[in-house]
Each structure stands twice: as C-alpha cells, then as structure tokens.
Design a binder for this molecule. Structure first.
Ligand code: DGL
Length: 271
C-alpha cells in the first residue's frame, strides 16, 4: 500500500519531495487539487468537501494506507472531522495525518517566546496555530498575518514578481519581537530564501524560518516507528505517482520546477 500526500495545488510537492528524499524506499502518491486551488479564502465547509473527495480518491483508487494532508488550510478545515467521523466509518484501519501539530511541536521544541505566522486567510482566521501553541506554552506570543498572494505566484510560476509582495507581507512584523516566522502554508517554502532575505532587511536582524519541508519527514519517520501496524502494510518499491485534478502545460512545467526534477510525470485525474 502507498503513502498519499495531498495539497490544494502544487505547493505540497515541496513537502512530498522532502519526504521522498528522506524515505526513498516507500511508495508515494501525490494529489494536487489544481481544479480548486486556492483553498485559502474558501469557507471551511467547501474546503472540507474538496478535501474529503480527494482523500476518498486516494483511499479508493490509489490504495493509500496513510495520507498526509500536506496543506495547512485543509488540515485546519478537515483533519479532525475526517479522523473522528469519516475514518472510523469507512476506513478504520487507515490513517490521515496533518501538518499543523508537527509544526507546532517543532516551534515548541525550539523554545521561542515570540513567533510570527504567515499563512492563508483561512488558517489565520481559524487561529489554529495560536490555539495549538498556547495549549503547549500559554506564554508564547504569536503574530499571525495572511499572505494569500504567494499562492498564485507559486502556482503560476511568477517568481519574478514575488519580492515586493514578500517584503510587504514581512513589513507587517516590523516592531514585533519575533524570533522566528512559521511558513504556515505549504506553498511558502518555495520562497524560503526570499522570505529570509526580506526579514533580515526589514527587521534588521536574522530570524529563524520554520519551513515544513525541513522537519515533516522526521515526524513521519517517528510516527511509523511508533506505529509498526501501519508501517508493515506500506510497500517499499520506490514508486512515485503525481496526479492533479486539472492540467495544462503551465502546471506541468511548474510542477517540474517546484519538484526540481524534469523527469517528474504529472497526470490528470477526474474526481
Ligand atoms: N498550500 C495550502 C496551505 O498549506 C493553501 C494554499 C491555497 O490553496 O490557498 O494552506
């Protein structure tokens, strides 16, 4: 059986790439919902429905034992409900994981007192990061800002327009005492270097960038060590499949650019 990774669009490819690099023996099936991207400003109900349909496809058609929702917006909108109602009824022996708790644990492990968050409108408005951080450290300060325009820049291969937009988002952290910025959207690691440069310029000091592609593989490996009953059903033939729900030449070339490999084959699926 396979490990599924799912995102609203192409951003989750960065996380999938980091998982494949860290665990190349496993089989991965990526699904990007390019037909419906962006999820970030949609209602929670709509994001839940889109996410559930994609998850169902990965379970039913792609033989996934375990799915990582590699999208913060879909994680906040759908993960708990899928785990509590959908899985027990339909697939009690399969699992769905998200990206928010591992990110919060990474931040808590670094013992920061004050952090910034860049994420979609949906994730920021839900305050899911604030809630999860304060459960573990009630004194931590969180400054949350939405950065929605970075998503279409990534999806449309428009990197040359990114820097002024990134700077205007980072300016919102001026006059704060943040020690790190959480990239709380799977599209944003694409601009990790630019965000670090802009932050140093605007805040006048270097701060840490918390980027999900750098630690999610560690969380996944630890999860599989703690859950041998899941790991034993996962195939280890190094097969990787990449699918999206809408396709055109631009999506194909952008997927190659994000994944950093010209050989990646991306196919369209109807869901
Ligand atoms: N990549 C998604 C996330 O991590 C959201 C991007 C979007 O579809 O708006 O939140």
């Amino acid at each position: 059986m396979n490990i599924g990774t799912f995102d609203s669009g192409l951003g989750g490819l960065l996380i999938t790439k980091s998982l494949i690099e860290a665990m190349p023996e496993y089989n991965f099936c990526y699904l990007g919902d390019t037909l419906h991207v962006p999820y970030g400003a949609r209602s929670k109900e709509v994001v839940y429905t889109f996410t559930k349909n994609c998850i169902e496809y990965l379970f039913e058609k792609k033989d996934c034992k375990l799915i990582i929702i590699a999208c913060n917006t879909a994680t906040f909108a759908a993960l708990r409900k899928l785990q509590q109602t959908y899985l027990p009824q339909k697939y009690p022996d399969r699992r769905i994981l998200g990206v928010i708790v591992p990110t919060v644990e990474e931040v808590i492990g670094k013992k920061y007192n004050s952090v910034g968050l860049l994420a979609t409108h949906g994730t920021v408005n839900s305050d899911v990061y604030g809630i999860e951080l304060k459960k573990r450290n009630p004194d931590i300060k969180l400054y949350s800002r939405s950065a929605p325009l970075l998503v279409p820049l990534v999806e449309n291969n428009a990197d040359e327009f990114a820097m002024p937009i990134i700077e205007s988002y980072v300016k919102q952290f001026a006059n704060t005492d943040i020690e790190a910025i959480i990239l709380g959207c799977t599209h944003y690691p694409h601009y990790k270097t630019q965000i670090a440069t802009a932050t140093e310029k605007i805040l006048g000091r270097k701060i840490d960038i918390i980027s999900q592609d750098e630690f999610l593989s560690v969380s996944l490996k630890n999860y599989l060590l703690r859950h041998p009953e899941i790991d034993k059903d996962l195939s280890k033939d190094s097969k990787y499949v990449f699918e999206i729900t809408d396709i055109n030449d631009a999506y194909i070339s952008q997927a190659k650019a994000i994944f950093g490999n010209d050989n990646i084959v991306v196919q369209k699926v109807d869901i």
